[in-house]
Design a protein around this ligand. Structure first.
Ligand SMILES: Nc1ncnc2c1ncn2[C@@H]1O[C@H](COP(=O)(O)OP(=O)(O)OP(=O)(O)O)[C@@H](O)[C@H]1O
Ligand SMILES: [Mg+2]
Length: 256
């Protein structure tokens, strides 16, 4: 039976205080994600993608609406409970890696476990396991300034996954990468999704990155206006995504 990892119900987000200049960044967003899904969120600049991810990762709170992650409601939790919840349940990959420059890759990846009080030997073992999956074992002793952007982002992915989160979130994780490194990261994420059933939600501008997902939610002006499920090959899905982005609906059957 499918397990629901994320339930988003009628989320609204208004920036700015009452009486001041206000902006409704999210109007009314509802969707679910099941365990093992690989979902993309696409939309123009300013459509509310980062706002949505920040709310899903409990870095920010909605003005209205409910969020449940693995059955737990985030509403009403105190800041300390939220950060605890985030540390246990969510992994986050940022566009600009967000690695700590004065820590080695080994220490960067292990940080979420060290912060939870996991023993050094157990942390080392877990870091080794995830580093193998992401093919970064050879650079574990290096510092962030000593490796490429693509390697840094795979380290960031390893850090986001080392504590086995229920949900991996990424805000434009390929945004700072060239196309070869972007492809490497996306293939690693696809591998994690297929082999380990990691549930992934990515925000992306880019149709190539989006074509690695199995479902895309298109958002505009704070509303989901279209949803696309991958049924055929990645190339066919890429063409369908481009068509939606261009505002041209096409019949997927015609792409064979
Ligand atoms: N802290 C804030 N205070 C006020 N308005 C904000 C704040 N953060 C974002 N906004 C506004 O909310 C809207 C949605 O912003 P958001 O960052 O979610 O867009 P986005 O879809 O991630 O865009 P991009 O693709 O450029 O990253 C924009 O109009 C933005 O100007
Ligand atoms: Mg953004």
């Amino acid at each position: 039976m499918n397990k629901t990892v994320l339930e988003v119900t009628h989320i609204q987000k208004v920036y700015g205080k009452k009486g001041e200049k206000q902006h409704e960044a999210l109007k009314d967003i509802s969707f679910d994600i099941q365990e093992g899904e690989f979902v993309g969120i696409m939309g123009p600049s300013g459509s509310g993608k980062t706002t949505l991810l920040n709310i899903l990762s409990a870095l920010d709170s909605p003005t209205n609406g409910d969020i449940k992650i693995s059955g737990a409601t985030l509403n009403g939790l105190k800041e300390s409970q939220l950060s605890d919840f985030r540390a246990k349940n969510i992994g986050f990959i940022f566009q600009d890696f967000n690695l700590l420059e004065n820590l080695t890759m080994q220490q960067n990846i292990g940080l979420p476990l060290s912060l939870q009080g996991v023993s050094a030997s157990k942390t080392k073992k877990k870091v080794k396991e995830i580093a193998k999956v992401l093919d970064i074992e050879r650079i574990l002793g290096s510092y962030p300034t000593e490796v490429s952007g693509g390697q840094k982002q795979r380290v960031a992915a390893a850090r986001a996954l080392v504590h086995n989160p229920n949900l991996l979130l990424g805000d434009e994780p390929t945004g700072a990468l060239d196309s070869k490194n972007a492809k490497n990261l996306l293939e690693a994420l696809r591998g994690l999704n297929e082999d380990y059933k990691t549930t992934i939600l990515l925000v992306t501008h880019d149709a190539v990155s989006a074509s690695y997902c199995k479902r895309i939610l298109f958002i505009q002006d704070g509303l989901i206006y279209r949803e696309l499920h991958r049924r055929g090959t990645q190339q066919e899905f890429y063409q369908e995504i481009l068509a939606v982005l261009a505002g041209l609906e096409i019949d997927p059957e015609s792409l064979v």
